[in-house]
Design a protein around this ligand. Structure first.
Ligand code: NAP
Length: 305
């Protein structure tokens, strides 16, 4: 089986050994005749000239396996007719859980009130986690893991998803209940994909539904939040935003988010796809593709995620 590694050059060093170890029967290539490949391993940023990859000549490819969970940069490519699978990997989910729980805890405990300025401020006692209402937008592979982690810490967790599919142990709201999900969110964790339906979902009107003093943690995609509306919503409502993802990445040096006291920027580091845990997932799909077996984590093109 010949597989094209269609990812930026710097991925190769870590991924090639992991993929070869997970799938020794595969001949992993960095280039070659497109018509000779049975599959592609893909990551955004390929090709490195900035153009869109033309999938048309990959006439034999049975699967395109993304190394990323978010597939918005490839799912709309009109030349892509091969099945597209996104990355669902236990390491990714646990990494995201750690990131979101860390920020939720910092918000919950009000750690930022304690500055090292020689002032003894001991008047603030946070409520117990059970009295802290947290909402998670998006209850997919990542959102579910984060929501259950938060519930495990004792938080009062509500989740929101398109379908409202139940998740044991937490209250789940569906699409039209977004206002309810937001109104209760003292801490709002956002883990939604970038689709036509989620773009600018958090605008001036919906951000205004959040309680005063709410914390927003966005680790899904930057397009979720109307950036123009965010700063006034933070300033007027005494709110804070922790943003890992942005409309334009890297976030330009002069962008107001960098210096705003109510915004914390992290540079798209919430959850990395780690070769050690993800390569076996990719390998399993390559094997399935060759055997004609059902593929795992197929992207639904009509939904875009
Ligand atoms: P997923 O399994 O596809 O889950 C997506 C969730 O969003 C599902 O619960 C889905 O609802 C919900 N959803 C989609 N469109 C919606 C809409 N219009 N209204 C309400 N809910 C909607 O995705 P995942 O693996 O959890 O990943 C989520 C996103 O995280 C990825 O798409 C990616 O953009 C981002 N991500 C970020 C990082 C980082 O480092 N910052 C790392 C990995 C991934 P249903 O359950 O009803 O389908």
């Amino acid at each position: 089986m010949r597989v094209l590694f269609a990812a930026p050059g710097h991925y190769w060093k870590a991924w090639a050994p992991a993929l070869r170890a997970a799938c020794p029967e595969v001949e992993l290539c960095r280039d070659g005749d497109p018509a000779g490949f049975d599959a592609l391993i893909y990551a955004p940023g390929y090709p490195e000239d900035g153009g869109a990859l033309d999938f048309t000549p990959f006439t034999r490819a049975r699967v395109v396996q993304s190394l990323w969970a978010g597939v918005e940069r490839i799912v709309t490519n009109p030349t892509l007719t091969q099945p597209l699978c996104r990355m669902v990997d236990p390491g990714l989910a646990l990494g995201m859980r750690d990131y979101c729980l860390g920020w939720a805890m910092r918000a919950h405990l009000g750690m930022d009130a304690y500055a090292q300025d020689g002032v003894w401020r001991n008047g603030q006692v946070p409520p117990l986690a059970s009295a802290r209402r947290v909402t998670v937008l998006g209850l997919g592979e990542l959102g579910r893991t984060v929501a259950l982690g938060l519930a495990g810490l004792g938080f009062d967790v509500t989740g929101w998803s398109l379908s409202g599919r139940p998740v044991e142990g937490i209250e789940v709201l569906a699409g039209p209940d977004l206002p309810r999900a937001l109104q209760r969110a003292e801490i709002l964790v956002c883990l939604l994909p970038d689709t036509a339906q989620t773009r600018d979902l958090l605008d001036a009107e919906t951000l205004a539904l959040l309680p005063r003093g709410a914390w927003i943690v966005n680790a899904g995609r930057g397009t979720l939040i109307d950036e123009e509306a965010l700063i006034p919503a933070l300033e007027d409502g005494g709110r804070h935003a922790v943003l890992d993802v942005f409309r334009h990445e890297p976030l330009p040096p002069g962008h107001p988010f960098w210096a705003h006291p109510r915004v914390t920027v992290t540079p798209h580091v919430a959850a990395e796809t780690r070769p050690a845990t993800a390569a076996p997932v990719a390998a399993e799909n390559l094997r399935r593709a060759m055997a004609g077996a059902p593929l795992l984590h197929l992207v639904d093109r009509t939904r875009g995620y």
